[in-house]
Structures are given as structure tokens and as C-alpha cells.
Design a binder for this molecule. Structure first.
Ligand code: NAD
Ligand code: TYD
Length: 350
């Protein structure tokens, strides 16, 4: 049985990936290593937590001794690394959390893998999951390619860029068998409501203002999380060692257009008058260093590995709204307590 260490599996994307790997590959044992920060939530995994090929390990990737001992005792065959601090606004307030987890944590994992695999590097994979934000900000035209120079502008994207460079350096210097992917913005079930879509769903549901930063014309390229984890599965099994793959849905939306679409979907679902939810839209002070536009060219993964997104955005967004409305307890649990303090700090002065 192959032992796969998956880090950050209690988070948004990680929990979808754990579910996919545990159910699709009974001959893999999936070890989910997660610190359970505010973003990590074992409630995301209740449906698979008793599976015989799944184990949860609570721990911090920044703790070097713990990571070395864990790799020594478990002798993982491969690593899929998602654990990270992931929210740009938090990185502006607390950059050091991002430096520790995203950079030091990644290097700890690289060193531990290099150490246990040193006598035979074949048959192993260190897969690093990253973001398109490392490429910086686009104007009205153009796309991010795998060859686009890195130009990160937030502490979050700079810390992810740094980790990407280190992963690449370990491939070139030590021949560590790496794979890497850079994906555009994800949306779907189990996303923590600090990110735009679930935050807006929660606020619309509760008839609270929907905060739109700046002029609302910032553009993101949205991909359904289920399609992202299918892409990770594809790359993990079919990707060429040492390569990077961009993942995206060719699905650009200006924030204001996306929120208007979301409002109209929610008016229908909640039996509200057409246009009622859009009245909650409130333009607020812009994010510092706000990247104007992201757009991924995903033709390499489509051409070489035959992956493509499975659904249109409108359909995925509707599934997402349905999930949040059906999972009120989950939403209430994650928005009680510390979330209220976070929200107050982020939005009271905007
Ligand atoms: P998330 O914030 O929802 O989850 C992160 C998980 O990592 C949480 O479970 C958290 O508890 C865990 N974690 C944080 N610090 C840790 C530490 N020091 N040790 C162990 N575990 C720790 O993030 P997400 O949105 O699921 O993103 C997962 C990965 O995908 C990240 O690497 C992110 O950069 C990348 N990514 C995200 C998106 C997106 O749109 N969300 C897009 C592209 C790439
Ligand atoms: P976010 O979901 O934080 O993802 P990222 O910054 O990683 O792309 O934000 C998506 C877009 O929505 C981004 O342009 C910032 C904007 N935004 C708002 O306008 N209001 C909000 O309250 C949030 C959280 C984001």
C-alpha cells in the first residue's frame, strides 16, 4: 500500500482532495497532516474519516523536529503539499505567519523527503500545490503561462513564490522528484467565508452589506474546486517529473459582475424580489497592492494531460450556493467566535 502524506487536508481544497484520493485509491493510505488553524476544520471530512485507508495527524509543518520524526517513522512514498496560510488580506496584517508556514514549512517538508528518499529517488513524488498569484498582476490583455516571470505583490503571493522557487531548486540541485501546479481562484463547498464568494453568500443570506473593494472591476479567473482536485489527481499520476502545470478555467469575471450574478441566483433560491440582494452591494476601501487581473493559460495541462474543467461557472456557482444554504450548521460554526473579531478588524475601517 502506498503511503501518501497530504498536508493541509482539513482546509478547503485539501479536504476535497482527501475525499477524492481516499475514495478513488483504496490501495493508497492517505495521511492528512494539518495544524487545524482557523482555516482547518475536521467537519469538512466527517464522511470519510472512518475509511480504513485514511489517517489524520495533527501537527505543524513549521516544527522541524516533528516533521523529521514523522517522515522517519512513516517512510511516506509521496507528498502532496497544500498546507499554507492562504488569504491575501490576512497576509497584509500578519505577514510573518505566511513566511513561517509557506516558506519554512515547505523547506522542512523538502528536507525531510530528501532525507528519507536519498538512497532511491525513483518511485517518489513531491507535489507542491501553488497559485497563479505568483505571476503578479495582468493588464486588460494577456495570460499567465508556465513561462511567465514571477512578480508577486502581496506577502501571500511572495511567500508562495518563494516556496515554488525552493521546490524548483530542490529538483535542480538534489534531483528531488517534484511536480508543481499553479491554479487560479477556486470556489465551491467548504471554502472559509473570508474569501469573496462564501463571504458574499453568508452576507446575502444574513442581509448584511456585501463589501466590494475599490471600483469592483478587479478580475479573477474562477475554477470549481472539484475540477482543481481532478487536475491535481491527473498531474500526480500523469505529470512529467520536474514540470509545472497551470490550472484554470478560462473563466474571467470582474468582481462586481460575479457578485451581481450571485445576488440574482440567491434572490431566486431565497424567494426574494429580483434585485433585492444586489441592494446590499457596498463599495469599500480598496485592498493595499490589489492585483488588477489574473487569467491563466491552461493549454499545457489540456494538451499534455487531457484535463479540462467539467462544468460552466453558472452551474458551479449554483451548486455552491445550494451547498452553503443546505449546510447552515457548518456555516454557523465557522462564523461564530474568532470569525466575528476577524470580520470586525477587516471591515470596520473600510
Ligand atoms: P485553506 O486556507 O482553506 O487551508 C489551508 C490548510 O492548511 C488548513 O487546513 C490549515 O489548518 C492548514 N495549515 C495552515 N498552516 C499550517 C501549518 N503550519 N502546518 C500544518 N497545516 C497548516 O487553503 P486552500 O484554499 O485550501 O488552499 C490550499 C493550497 O492551495 C494552498 O497552498 C494555496 O496556496 C493553494 N491555492 C489555493 C487557491 C484558492 O483559490 N483557494 C488557488 C490556488 C492555489
Ligand atoms: P479573494 O477571494 O480574497 O481571493 P484573491 O485575493 O486571492 O484573489 O478575493 C477575490 C477578489 O475579490 C479580489 O479581487 C478581492 C475581492 N474582494 C472584495 O472585493 N471584497 C471582499 O470582501 C473580499 C474578501 C475580496
Amino acid at each position: 500500500m502506498k503511503k501518501i502524506l497530504l498536508t493541509g487536508g482539513a482546509g478547503f481544497i485539501g479536504s476535497h482532495l482527501v475525499r477524492l484520493m481516499v475514495s478513488k485509491y483504496p490501495d493508497y493510505h492517505i495521511y492528512n497532516l494539518d495544524k487545524l488553524t482557523y482555516a482547518g476544520n475536521l467537519e469538512n471530512l466527517t464522511d470519510i474519516e472512518k475509511s480504513p485507508n485514511y489517517s489524520f495527524i495533527k501537527g505543524d509543518i513549521v516544527d522541524t523536529d516533528f516533521i523529521n520524526q514523522l517522515f522517519d517513522s512513516h517512510q511516506f512514498d509521496s507528498v502532496i503539499h497544500l498546507a499554507a496560510e492562504s488569504h491575501v488580506d490576512r497576509s497584509i496584517v500578519s505577514p510573518m505567519d505566511f513566511i513561517y508556514t509557506n516558506i519554512i514549512g515547505t523547506v522542512n517538508l523538502l528536507n525531510a523527503a530528501k532525507n528519507i528518499w536519498k538512497n532511491d529517488l525513483s518511485q517518489h513524488i513531491f507535489y507542491h500545490v501553488s497559485t497563479d498569484e505568483v505571476y503578479g498582476s495582468l493588464g486588460d490583455e494577456g495570460f499567465f503561462y508556465e513561462t511567465t516571470s514571477y512578480d508577486p505583490r502581496s506577502p501571500y503571493s511572495a511567500s508562495k513564490a518563494s516556496s515554488d522557487h525552493l521546490v524548483s531548486a530542490y529538483y535542480h540541485t538534489y534531483h528531488l522528484p517534484i511536480l508543481m501546479s499553479n491554479c487560479s481562484n477556486n470556489y465551491g463547498a467548504y471554502q472559509f467565508p473570508e474569501k469573496l464568494i462564501p463571504l458574499a453568500i453568508n452576507n446575502i443570506k444574513n442581509k448584511r452589506p456585501i463589501p466590494i473593494y475599490g471600483d469592483g472591476k478587479y478580475t479573477r479567473d474562477w475554477l470549481w474546486v472539484n475540477d482543481h482536485v481532478q487536475a491535481i489527481d491527473t498531474i500526480f499520476h500523469k505529470g512529467t517529473i520536474g514540470e509545472t502545470y497551470n490550472i484554470g478555467g478560462h473563466n474571467e469575471w470582474k468582481n462586481i459582475d460575479l457578485i451581481n450574478l450571485l445576488c440574482s441566483i440567491m434572490d431566486k433560491k431565497l424567494g426574494r424580489r429580483a434585485g433585492e440582494s444586489a441592494e446590499l452591494i457596498t463599495f469599500v476601501k480598496d485592498r493595499a497592492g490589489h492585483d488588477r487581473r489574473y487569467a491563466i493559460d491552461a493549454s499545457k495541462i489540456q494538451r499534455e494531460l487531457e484535463w479540462k474543467p467539467s462544468i460552466q461557472f453558472e452551474e458551479g456557482l449554483e451548486h455552491t450556493v445550494d451547498w452553503y444554504l443546505a449546510n447552515e450548521t457548518w456555516l454557523n460554526n465557522v462564523t461564530s467566535g474568532n470569525y466575528q473579531n476577524y470580520y470586525q478588524q477587516q471591515y470596520s475601517e473600510r
